[in-house]
Structures are given as C-alpha cells and as structure tokens.
Write a protein that binds this ligand. Structure first.
Ligand code: SF4
Length: 188
C-alpha cells in the first residue's frame, strides 16, 4: 500500500513538473520520463502483414550492453518509472528474455506486450508469478479468419485466445492484482 502511495506521489510530482516546464523555462522543472519504451529485439514468431520485423535480421545489443542501458535509466529515473517492453515477440528466448528478467527486478512497473503464441498454462503461471505491472496481449481482429490472415499464422487466433484464458485463470488463482490488457484491433 505504502509503495503504491509513493509511486502515485512521484508520478504526480513529475506530472506537475511537466506541465509547469511547458510554461516556465527553468532547468529544475524539466521532468523525468514517466514511461520508457524498450524494444530489445525485433525477433518474432508472427508474420504480420503490416509489419516487417519478422523478415529482418535481428540486430541488437548484447545483454551486457542492455544491462548498462537499464542501469543508466535506473540511475536517472529511479525505480518507479513505467517500463514497457515490446518487440518483436517478448517471450522468445534470447536477449529479450534476459532484458525482461533484469528489468522486472529493478523496476516494479515493468510491463510487456505479447502476441500470446507461447503462453500455455505453465508459461501463464510463470508470467503471473513474475508480477509484471501489466501484460498486454494483442489480437488483431475479431474473427479467427481475420486474425490468422493478419498474423500470417494459421494458429494465431487459437493461441492468443488461449493465452488470455490461461492468464486470467492464473491471475485469479494467485489472487494477483496485476493488469491484463487486451490490445484489440478491429479490421473487419
Ligand atoms: S507480432 Fe508485432 S512484432 Fe511480430 S510481426 Fe506482428 S506486429 Fe510485428
């Protein structure tokens, strides 16, 4: 509870500073970021028609370099800045995985975006236990046909839908208050 009040206060102060800084030119009023978006890797298991990440070579920093970036962000912003991690698919093994694990230890407000393809019951349990601030699952369409066509994968709709089901069940089981968000795009 106290932690939540502290986060709220820090965000509130930052918000006021941001609005004052627009009106009064003063170096001390420059606010720190309230949210930071990281894309540690563009490696993806989807082949979406509106995105070319999956067809590109994944050129990224090494984990050691990412650690430095994250440590610098921590020193600058403190632990209560929102960190949103997306890609690429965030649950693929490799640098992405390492960056997420490192971030969640340093920043309690870390959240991830996923297409949900890799979330089975076991993975859902692990994800809810990690206590992310938010887990966003994207579904691009409202019918099986559309989702599979947009994602370029015949299993896309089924896997994303199941991922949501597993996460909700696990969240209820663990009585966890983290946010599960559904990014829904309607194309039909
Ligand atoms: S899931 Fe996201 S990153 Fe992957 S191909 Fe689709 S839009 Fe691109």
């Amino acid at each position: 509870m106290l932690k939540k009040i502290k986060i709220g206060l820090l965000h509130g102060i930052n918000y006021i500073k941001k609005n004052l800084a627009i009106r009064i030119p003063c170096i001390y009023l420059i606010p720190k970021p309230q949210a930071i978006y990281l894309i540690p890797s563009i490696k993806c298991n989807s082949k979406c028609i509106m995105c070319s990440f999956w067809s590109k070579k994944d050129v990224t920093l090494s984990f050691k370099q990412w650690q430095k970036v994250i440590d610098n962000l921590y020193d600058w912003c403190g632990p209560y800045v929102k960190i949103n991690i997306s890609g690429g698919e965030t649950l693929l093994p490799g640098v992405m995985h390492q960056v997420i694990s490192y971030c969640i230890k340093k920043f309690p407000l870390t959240g991830i975006v996923s297409n949900g393809f890799l979330i089975d019951k076991k993975e859902a349990k692990k994800l809810i236990q990690k206590n992310f601030n938010n887990i966003n699952i994207s579904i691009d369409g409202n019918t099986k046909k559309t989702v599979n066509m947009i994602r370029g994968q015949p299993f896309a709709f089924k896997r994303s839908r199941n991922a949501i089901k597993y996460l909700v069940n696990e969240k209820n089981k663990q009585k966890n208050i983290q946010k599960l968000l559904l990014n829904l795009l309607l194309w039909d």
